[in-house]
Design a protein around this ligand. Structure first.
Ligand code: COA
Length: 185
């Protein structure tokens, strides 16, 4: 298997790299009745807020300053979360570009008062952009994947990055073409 080191496109040559473990974070929270939807299980938006919070902490730690959510994709909910569940949101930098980072998040839930193994209830991938005091993108340190799992995640994140860029470009070209044809939607 190839170990893909950060490349010019996926890293910033003049900033020293940081290992994945330096910013990996877990955010834990007990779900209460305030967190429920009309069905009585935990609202997806509550989980998404925790996901964004954990990913934001990782992005800030890795980049050494403020970072904003640029996109959130592939948020999947695998199992319902219930009141009384202790939810653990585990986040790490999967990949870095010049000013952006992909953060991978894994959500686990266990009963707050039982010692049974946690269930994997959701996952998401978010892109954060590091920003300066004026809100403009600033360069980030390249992430240095450490374990084989980190390296696999890095390679998979590169695939997602390629697809995100291709999708954005294709949609932009379609809109430009329709505008040139006189459509005003
Ligand atoms: C994210 C933001 C800083 C990007 O600014 P921009 O002027 O478009 O700058 P760029 O085009 O140079 O993008 C900066 C980086 O973010 C990435 N990026 C921007 N938009 C993206 C998107 N929708 N999906 C994935 N990556 C994105 C770019 O690829 C670039 O990465 P790279 O430098 O590693 O190649 C800007 O759009 C912003 O401030 N958005 C609002 C963020 C916010 O408020 N988030 C909270 C949500 S309520």
């Amino acid at each position: 298997m190839t170990d893909q080191a950060p490349t010019a496109e996926s890293g910033t040559a003049d900033i020293p790299g940081k290992p994945t473990s330096a910013s990996r974070t877990t955010l834990s929270h007990i779900m209460t009745h305030n967190d429920t939807n009309l069905l009585g299980t935990v609202h997806g938006g509550v989980i998404m807020k925790l996901v964004d919070d954990a990913a934001g902490a990782v992005a800030g730690r890795h980049s050494g300053g403020p970072a904003v959510t640029a996109s959130m994709d592939e948020m999947v909910f695998l199992e319902p979360v219930r009141v009384g569940d202790l939810v653990h949101v585990k986040a790490q930098v999967n990949w870095t570009g010049r000013t952006s980072m992909e953060i991978g998040v894994r959500v686990l839930a266990e009963r707050w008062n039982e010692s049974t193994p946690p269930t994997h209830v959701g996952s998401a991938y978010l892109v954060f952009a590091a920003v300066d005091a004026n809100g403009r993108p600033r360069p980030v340190p390249p992430v240095l994947p450490e374990t084989e799992q980190d390296k696999r995640r890095y390679q998979e994140a590169q695939i997602r990055r390629t697809h995100r860029l291709a999708r954005r470009r294709a949609i932009k070209e379609l809109r430009q073409k329709r505008a040139a044809e006189g459509y005003e939607d």
